[in-house]
Ligand binder design. Sequence first.
Ligand SMILES: [Zn+2]
Length: 353
Amino acid sequence: MKQIYVDLVNIPGAPSFEKHVKQYMKKEISKYTDNIVEDKLGSIFGVLNEASKGPRVMMAGHMDEVGGMVTGITKEGLVKMIPLGGMKGAVYLSQHMIIYTDDLEEIPGVTASKPPHLTKGQKDENLKFEDLLLDIGADDKEHAEALGVKIGQQVISKNDFVTTKDGKKFISKAWDNRIGCGMALELLEALKDETLECSVYAGATVQEEVGLRGAATAAGLVKPDIFIAVDGSPCADSFGGDEISGKLNEGFLMRFYDPNAIMHKGMRDYMEKLADKHGIKYQYYQSKGGTDAARVQLAEDGVVVATIGMPARYIHSNTSMIHENDYQAVKQMLIELVKSFNNETYELIKSNV
Ligand SMILES: [Zn+2]
């Protein structure tokens, strides 16, 4: 996997703690354009061809990942947390997690789990993330404070990025959604010397995992005509799954329906034709969640939106898995799509509803 993705997934960045991901994004964006815009919540975009008379095209990943936030320390020195984003307690039992100070100093720990000898007859399924305690090896509360723990710090799963034995899959935390952040960088790189008939704002939002908040403010900043979200979406293929629940190595996800956004009909027709024309593999996908597209579509008098989904197993846990071939499909689709936008194609899409 390209080094930018390895770098991106290793940076800790729970919702509202995107600062260090953003610094990395800014450094990389500045290789392709000097025109960089930011909103007041932290979202950041590189701009190409700003003076264009064509449509304003916005593309975004989101910089945040699910993580915990420190809310207290018990007198025994264990750390209390709340979840930032959707996190199931049972998934995080006995996991290595790290508390980060503002300077990214690491305080490693493990989520406390009672051994089976002490929990006979009890079930873990209903365990809430906020019921877990993080054991950082402190002897008591004062010791934990002396080690640097403070209320409000972020807590992130320890990452062990690995490539699988066949060399085709990549296991890491935070594919949801550093894959989208990397795609924004790759889009800018691919388009920086192209003659474009639209203006392009490519970058990443903040606080997606706690309710698509950065998408609202970023849309206010960019005022797009068209918005493309690229986001990691969960696959059910390792548990059987069905035709529309996502499979690794079947191409990008044509996210035609989720409860918060039905893909714009004109955009779906257009994307199907374009993917077929370029021989890009895709699969229809229905989700129970939402992406930034749901929020951006309701900005101003409406925005034509689409999500290009990246198939990813096990997201919203301490790790996740993606496939090289899907990465290529997402990237190719994104680049061809944005390259194709002009006043004529925008009118064609917009009028087909
Ligand atoms: Zn996401």
